[in-house]
Design a protein around this ligand. Structure first.
Ligand SMILES: [Ca+2]
Ligand SMILES: [Ca+2]
Ligand SMILES: [Ca+2]
Length: 286
């Protein structure tokens, strides 16, 4: 009896501690390119976060690269191969940010890689715009396959370049002081130092008002009281003045008294008339 046991290899995407931010993920802005690809196994399959999809080269060697959304701080790179272990590998980081991987940007290389999950833990933190892995030696006629290619900064769960420990131990201060106070009020060069108020010119009482009013007995009484300087200056006296003006302005001439005058003409004080009467009576009595 022969018992065959098939053991699956760990192909699932992993992170250093399980919660780090993967700068290479397409959902985080990563863009993948490769030396070439086979059919539908395009470079994008290596950054979609799924272990069931993969990029496959169309030749026995090749390279796979991922450009990040922006310059990122990274110190750990993961390359997950599907079924064939490639011993000779190299890793580049685009530290210059020019989109190319120069010889001097090689940060890691090996000829003794033992497994499918290639975990490159760098000693230093690199600021890079992208990463590239090259399969430097073929394995028979196999075509390299990588299901996920990942970039992390260990301990940085939000991908801002600061580890969680650094963030929890860092205190930020915001200077809220307003400098340069007090500020001068802007001058518009227009000065307003005075103002004026005026009344409309008085041209007399309107004619319809004059013709529609007639003098009343009470008005006459009030008029007389005001003329001699003994009447009250209340509403009755005021109406008496108006009545008197109306009677003087009417077309019907009064039986006696001075000639008709306009409303703007001052009333002749009746005290003069009173004194005239007195002088007349005096002459009569004389
Ligand atoms: Ca995948
Ligand atoms: Ca570069
Ligand atoms: Ca962080």
């Amino acid at each position: 009896m022969v018992l065959l046991i098939f053991q699956g290899h760990p192909v699932a995407a992993t992170s250093p501690t399980g919660s780090e931010y993967n700068h290479a993920l397409a959902s985080n802005g990563g863009q993948a390119t490769a030396s070439d690809s086979s059919g539908s196994n395009t470079p994008g399959n290596a950054i979609d976060g799924s272990s069931t999809t993969y990029w496959q080269s169309s030749s026995t060697t090749g390279w796979l690269a991922v450009q990040f959304r922006s310059m990122a701080s990274v110190n750990e790179i993961h390359g997950h191969f599907t079924s064939t272990v490639y011993s000779s590998l190299s890793l580049y980081l685009d530290t210059s940010g020019n989109g190319a991987y120069e010889t001097g940007e090689k940060v890691w290389s090996t000829t003794t890689n033992p497994g499918l999950d290639v975990i490159v833990a760098l000693q230093n933190v690199y600021s890079a715009l992208g990463m590239k892995i090259t399969i430097d030696a073929k394995v028979g006629s196999k075509l390299p396959q990588i299901n996920e290619f990942e970039a992390y900064l260990r301990g940085d769960s939000d991908g801002d370049g600061l580890t969680d420990v650094q963030e929890s131990s860092t205190v930020y201060y915001q200077d809220m002081g307003a400098a340069g106070m007090p500020q001068a009020i802007p001058d518009d060069a227009i000065n307003a130092s005075s103002s004026s108020v005026s009344l409309a010119q008085f041209y007399g009482i309107p004619a319809p008002w004059r013709t529609s009013r007639s003098i009343t007995r009470s008005a006459r009484t009030s008029r007389r009281a005001l003329d001699i300087g003994t009447g009250p200056l209340g509403s009755t006296a005021t109406s008496g003045i108006r009545g008197s003006v109306s009677s003087r302005s009417a077309s019907r001439a009064p039986p006696r008294g001075p000639p008709t005058r306009g409303p703007s003409m001052p009333l002749r004080p009746s005290c003069t008339r009173t004194s005239r009467r007195k002088s007349s009576s005096a002459s009569t009595g004389r």
